[in-house]
Each structure stands twice: as structure tokens, then as C-alpha cells.
Design a protein. Structure first.
Length: 195
């Protein structure tokens, strides 16, 4: 089943730009830029969306919820309902503290793992969406509160690494979109995803 909706999770507003929790937005915006897509603010969806006509008669929607992270599912579900898209055709891009910075993993199942945005997606969509998980771990220092960590900014070295890997990350995302979750998992979930 092909992916018809790609949702990047993040928080709106200047205060949250470049925080670890907004990495999903960074990657989705990079994909939109690569494809030459433009964003439109859609208050009825509480989101910015971009239309991607990727093949004759085939449209994919990129979605940035503007609800704040904890209510992401409300926005994504509104878009999915409007365009009559089943949950299995939705992919969510988000930060994952259990994956090292610079790495990605694809999965078709899983709990929220303490991620409030994913918890909201599970609440509003159910279990069947595909997860494109972006590494922001490990949490340093380990004693730091999770909320403070994810709402903090990357170190300079981490920011450089993410930028260096951004092209590879986008290619991985395109692999998921073009070839499906199983193929992407086989390619991307190895410890060292470098070609």
C-alpha cells in the first residue's frame, strides 16, 4: 500500500525552531523543498499542507500539524478524514530518543515510547501508520528531564552531523515512499546505513 500522507511532527513558533523535538519538521521541509512543493496554511486542518502530485493521477499530502506536539493526531486525522485516506497510507516522521543522532529507523508498529506526539497519533488514528523515526539520542546527561532534553537544541556537532546526513535521510524517506515499509526497513534499519 502506498503512502498518501506524510506527517512531520513538531511544535510551531520561533521558540521551538531547531529543537530536537522539531526534527520531523526539518526533514519534511527538506523533502518539500527537494520536490519544489509549496506550503499552504489550512486553519480547518490546524496544519500547513503541501500537495505533491508524484505520478499521473497520484497525489500525496505533506502535513505539518500546528496544534503543538501533544495534539498532532487531531490535525493529521482531520486531513486523513477529509481526503478519505486509511491509516495504513499515513507515514509519521518524528524524533526518537532511543536512536542515536544521525540514524533513522522505519517501523510499522510500536508504542509511543514516551513521545506525546506519537501518543496523540495512536489516539486519533490507531496503530496502522508507518513510523519514520529520526535519532536524537542518547539523552545527555542521562539525569536530564526528558521534556527539557527534547525541547533543547542540538549541540553544534550534532547539528553538523544532521545536516551532513540530511540528503541521506531524505533518500531514505523517499525509499519508504517509493518502495514501501518492508523494503525501507531492510535498507535503513541496519546499524550503519551508509551506502
Amino acid at each position: 500500500m502506498s503512502i498518501s500522507l506524510v506527517a512531520g511532527l513538531g511544535n510551531p513558533g520561533r521558540d521551538y525552531a531547531n529543537t530536537r523535538h522539531n526534527l520531523g519538521w526539518v526533514v519534511l521541509e527538506a523533502l518539500a523543498q527537494k520536490q519544489g512543493l509549496s506550503w499552504q496554511n489550512k486553519p480547518s486542518f490546524e496544519a500547513e499542507i503541501a500537495r505533491w502530485d508524484y505520478a499521473p493521477g497520484r497525489t500525496r499530502w505533506l502535513v505539518k500539524p500546528l496544534t503543538f506536539m501533544n495534539e498532532s493526531g487531531r490535525s493529521v486525522a482531520a486531513v486523513a478524514r477529509y481526503y478519505k485516506l486509511p491509516t495504513a497510507e499515513i507515514a509519521a516522521i518524528y524524533d526518537d530518543i532511543n536512536i542515536d543522532v544521525g540514524f533513522v529507523k522505519v517501523s510499522e508498529t510500536g508504542s509511543a515510547g514516551g513521545h506525546n506526539g506519537v501518543a496523540s497519533l495512536l489516539e486519533h488514528l490507531g496503530l496502522d501508520f508507518v513510523r519514520f523515526r529520526l535519532g536524537i539520542g542518547p539523552k545527555q546527561p542521562s539525569s536530564m528531564d526528558l521534556k527539557d532534553f527534547v525541547l533543547g537544541k542540538f549541540t553544534t556537532d550534532q547539528s553538523i552531523l544532521i545536516q551532513q546526513k540530511l540528503t541521506h535521510t531524505i533518500e531514505g524517506l523517499e525509499l519508504l515512499l517509493n518502495r514501501g515499509a518492508s523494503f525501507a526497513m531492510n535498507q535503513l534499519n541496519r546499524r550503519d546505513p551508509s551506502p
